[in-house]
Design a protein around this ligand. Structure first.
Ligand code: PHE
Length: 347
């Protein structure tokens, strides 16, 4: 170390201090020994300040340079102490963490849920499955033959008009209903046939609280020998009781569809007011849930089924409307907008 008579090589001393100090800092196993190292090297009476007192014996022209080196060493040591202190602190944190409790239930991230319309579609399909129906699918881009002609809808019918239908090309369109799946299934399979075909349908409708230009339908079709209106009605009653509840009543209202004869709109007693009349059922006590009817023999002829031998029934319902009724959703648009806050309720 410095002595008054011996000239010191201050630089060398500083280098030694730096090396020794760094070794002590890195080797400090806990906060206490780190603090000891700090005091020993950087303390007021520490090795560094003692070495600096030797500056006085350095020739004046070398002092600035020696001072600079001394400062660098000081900064290096301070930084190293801070880093080592952080390391020791996080090591201490880790060792304080409670042991893992393997019996504790995990935290489940939200993985999304089933959309309310899909919930309704799945339930409809599950109930009809009990009656022997399987699922079928057809394309959303259809030919006008499947969408209209095979279903006994002439192409000059208002439903086939440019104003109601999205045409993609001549004779090619976005299906306006899921009924063309009836034609496709019958072209592919011989009777007996019992299918449900959920899917999207497209119409030039406004987008407002009760309409959407793209919306779901669930098509149903049963064809066999000897199917009569009574079987049809029994199947619909079974579905209504299972889906809406045993006390729900069903009403068939005469209607018209070119592909069914006779045709009926199916109403169920309002599940909100139980038939006494409210805003949801527009004071009628009834809510329409589907169009339906006995398959028109003209459709059997179009798809190559023997209309003398086979009879059947078909229906089409709108699961979005049904979801709105069931969950009390006042505006259809929330079903088509990706509002996670809304959808989370069904997770
Ligand atoms: N396809 C008809 C519609 O979209 C509904 C329907 C289906 C009616 C099957 C009768 C039979 O309105």
């Amino acid at each position: 170390m410095s002595s008054k008579d011996e000239p010191v090589n201050l630089r060398e001393t500083l280098e030694t201090i730096r090396k020794d100090a760094l070794a002590a800092i890195d080797g400090a196993a806990d906060a206490e020994s780190l603090e000891k190292a700090r005091v020993r090297f950087l303390g007021r009476k520490g090795l560094l300040s003692r070495a600096l007192s030797g500056l006085r014996s350095v020739p004046p022209e070398e002092r600035p340079e020696a001072g600079k080196v001394a400062n660098e060493v000081k900064e290096t040591l301070e930084t190293s102490i801070r880093i080592r202190a952080d390391q020791l602190a996080s090591l201490a944190d880790r060792s304080e963490v409670a042991p893992v409790d393997l019996t504790m239930p995990g935290r489940r991230p939200w993985r999304g849920g089933v959309h309310p319309v899909s919930i309704v579609i799945d339930e409809i399909c599950d109930i009809f499955k009990e009656l022997g129906f399987t699922r079928a699918a057809g394309p959303e881009v259809e030919t006008d033959w499947h969408n209209f002609t095979a279903l006994n809808i002439p192409l000059d019918h208002p439903a086939a008009d440019m104003h109601d239908t999205f045409y993609l090309d001549e004779g090619v369109l976005l299906r306006t209903h899921t009924s063309p799946v009836q034609a496709r299934v019958m072209m592919e399979h011989d009777p007996p046939v019992r299918i449900l075909a959920p899917g999207m349908a497209f119409r030039r409708d406004p987008y407002d609280a009760s309409h959407a230009p793209a919306f779901e339908q669930v098509e149903g079709l049963a064809v066999d020998e000897g199917i009569d209106f009574i079987e049809f009605r029994a199947a619909i009653d079974y579905f209504v009781h299972r889906f809406f509840g045993a006390s729900t009543r069903t009403r068939f209202r005469p209607s018209y569809f070119p592909f069914t004869e006779p045709s009926a709109e199916v109403d169920v007693s309002c599940m909100i007011c139980e038939g006494s009349g409210c805003a949801v059922c527009k004071r009628t006590g009834w809510i329409e849930i589907m169009g339906s009817g006995m398959v028109n023999p003209a459709v059997f002829e179009a798809v190559g089924y023997d209309p003398e031998r086979y009879t059947g029934y078909a229906f089409g319902m709108g699961p979005a409307r049904i979801a709105m009724l069931r969950y009390g959703i006042p505006d259809i648009r929330v079903l088509y907008e990706a509002d996670v806050g809304f959808l989370e309720q069904f997770a």
